[in-house]
Ligand binder design. Structure first.
Ligand SMILES: C[S@@+](CC[C@H](N)C(=O)[O-])C[C@H]1O[C@@H](n2cnc3c(N)ncnc32)[C@H](O)[C@@H]1O
Length: 240
C-alpha cells in the first residue's frame, strides 16, 4: 500500500504543482491549519515537522510561523522539489527523529493516506515536546447544492473512504482534540484539475496505470458543471 502511494505521488509532481498554481487550495488548507495550531501555543513554534510535505506547499506556510521547519515525505520526487527547508525522504510511521524534537507536527492532507493513522499519531506523540501541538486535515469530498456527494451516482472502480473519521479517532486517542469543517466553493473545472493529478485519480481507479486513470477520471467528470462545495475536516490536538 505504501509503495503504491509513493509511486502515485512520484508520478504526480507536475500535475500537483499545476493544480496548486491554479487553485492555491493546499496553501489555503495549510494556512488555516497553521492558524489553528498557532492559536494553541505561546509565541512562535521553535520547530515544526511538516509530515507528508509533498512539494513543500505546506512547508512554506509553516516556515513563516516557526524558527525551524523540517519537511518529510515518502515520495522522493515530491520532496526533491523543495529547496529551502531541511527535507527528509521518510515515512511518518517511522520518524527518524529523537523524542521531543518538535513543538508542532502538521499533517496537511497526508495522514488519511495510510491504512492505520494510529501508528503515525503515536510517532507524533513521541517526537513532540510535552506542550506540543498536532494538526491534520483530511478530505470529506465534494457535495452539490443539495448536500449530495457529487460522486454518488458516478460509476468508478473505487468508493475509497476519505479516512477523515479514522484520522480524527486516532488523534483523539492520544490528544485532546478540536475539530471542524472547512468548505470551499469549487468549480467543476477544478474538480477535474484535482483528478488530473495521478495520485488523486487513484482514489477513483486504483488499478489503472497513471495515464489511463487520469484519462478515465477526465471522462468520468466531463459532464460535471457549475460549482460544488469541497469539504475538509481539520483536527488539532494538544497533549492530554
Ligand atoms: C496531498 S499531498 C499533501 C502535500 C503537502 N502537505 C501540501 O499541503 O501540499 C500528500 C503527501 O503525503 C505523502 N505521504 C503519504 N503517505 C506518507 C507516509 N506514510 N509518510 C510520509 N509521507 C507520506 C505523499 O507522498 C504526498 O506527498
Amino acid at each position: 500500500m505504501k509503495a503504491v502511494v509513493q509511486t502515485n505521488f512520484d508520478d504526480s509532481v507536475s500535475a500537483y504543482d499545476a493544480y496548486e498554481r491554479q487553485t492555491g487550495r493546499f496553501t489555503a488548507l495549510a494556512r488555516l491549519l497553521a492558524a489553528e495550531m498557532s492559536a494553541r501555543v505561546d509565541g512562535p513554534f521553535a520547530a515544526v515537522l511538516d509530515a507528508g510535505a509533498g512539494t513543500g506547499v505546506s512547508t512554506r506556510v509553516f516556515a513563516d510561523r516557526a524558527q525551524r521547519t523540517v519537511a518529510l515525505d515518502l515520495s522522493r520526487e515530491m520532496v526533491r522539489e523543495l529547496e529551502s527547508a531541511p527535507r527528509v525522504e521518510g515515512d511518518f510511521d517511522h520518524l527518524p527523529f529523537v523524542d521531543g524534537t518538535f513543538d508542532g507536527v502538521a499533517f496537511t492532507a497526508s495522514l488519511f493516506l495510510v491504512p492505520d493513522p494510529a501508528v503515525a499519531v503515536r510517532e507524533a506523540v513521541r517526537v513532540l515536546r510535552p506542550e506540543g501541538v498536532v494538526g491534520a486535515v483530511a478530505p470529506l469530498g465534494w457535495v452539490d447544492a443539495d448536500g449530495r456527494d457529487v460522486f454518488a451516482d458516478l460509476e468508478r472502480e473505487s468508493r475509497s473512504p476519505t479516512g477523515a473519521d479514522a484520522v480524527e479517532a486516532a488523534l483523539a486517542d492520544e490528544f485532546t482534540v478540536t475539530t471542524g469543517t472547512w468548505r470551499f466553493s469549487t468549480t467543476a473545472a477544478d474538480v477535474r484539475r484535482f483528478h488530473a493529478i495521478p495520485a488523486m485519480a487513484a482514489r477513483l481507479y486504483p488499478t489503472l496505470d497513471a495515464d489511463e486513470r487520469v484519462a478515465k477520471a477526465r471522462d468520468l467528470l466531463d459532464g460535471l458543471e457549475g460549482t460544488v462545495e469541497q469539504r475538509w475536516r481539520w483536527i488539532v490536538g494538544v497533549a492530554e
